[in-house]
Design a binder for this molecule. Structure first.
Ligand code: TMP
Length: 237
């Protein structure tokens, strides 16, 4: 079968299937970028780890009744997904203060965000993915009020499902980024990935980062951290 790359992202590819226009293969790359592509490196095995972890978490979400684009894990680095029209928003859920929330508010790193909050960023590399208020989302006609509400509710539901899974593994789910899409029937569906590339995961005991901050801020060995996450979740890579 012939493969055509329909979309090349920084850490993933979407591959067109010649005989099936309703699905894509989502391939996880070993490439890592940070700070809007300013920092770049490759880590052998990262793609396989993220595919395994993301597949596991999507399966848990599906079991809990959350609609996702995930169909199945195909190979070490590939998963089969439903084709969606991606909403150009990065939807961030925060349970604790870290990263840009600390910089924006001055709140202490690690302090609890209670209740959790959902933020929206414009998925536009050339603008550096700026934060958007609801009025901007409406003005830009990205989604309507009802869809935005559905996206925020779904993001909080994802948090409710994932938090206890990580907690049982001794991991604090500090924050994470989601992307949603619309299917051919107009339904809002969770897309993209959920992995240590797109979340902050702290060891509950030590507070050590087990996520891409290890690479962003040179905190240690990225593959070791991601392997630790997979092992603690009981994910076979
Ligand atoms: P932030 O604190 O830098 O805004 O990041 C919030 C969360 O979103 C964190 O878990 C990392 C994730 N994230 C991405 O997945 N992609 C991005 O481009 C950025 C900036 C953050």
């Amino acid at each position: 079968m012939d493969f055509d790359v329909a979309y090349e992202g920084k850490a993933k590819q979407l591959i067109l299937l010649e005989d099936d226009r309703d699905h894509y293969v989502q391939r996880f790359k070993d490439d890592a970028t940070a700070f809007n592509g300013e920092k770049f490196a490759q880590f052998e095995g990262k793609g396989a780890l993220n595919n395994a972890i993301s597949s596991f978490l999507f399966e848990k979400l599906e079991e809990a009744g959350v609609l996702t684009h995930y169909i199945e894990r195909r190979t070490e680095t590939d998963m089969l997904i439903r084709k969606l029209e991606i909403v150009p928003l990065e939807v961030v859920v925060r349970n604790h203060v870290a990263g840009s929330l600390g910089r924006r508010t001055g709140l202490k790193e690690g302090s609890k965000v209670d209740p959790p909050i959902v933020e929206t960023y414009y998925k536009k590399d050339e603008l550096g993915d700026p934060i958007l208020a609801d009025v901007h989302i409406k003005m830009l006609d990205i989604v309507d009020d009802e869809e935005l509400d559905q996206i925020k509710q779904a993001a909080l539901r994802v948090n409710d499902v994932l938090q206890p899974i990580f907690e049982k593994a001794g991991i604090r789910l500090v924050d994470f980024k989601l992307e949603f899409g619309v299917d051919s029937a107009g339904a809002i569906i969770l897309g993209d990935e959920i992995s240590p590339d797109t979340s902050r995961l702290w060891d509950i005991e030590s507070g050590d980062s087990l996520d891409k901050d290890v690479f962003r801020y040179d905190k240690g060995e990225l593959i070791e951290a991601y392997e630790e996450v997979a092992e603690r979740l009981g994910v076979e890579v």
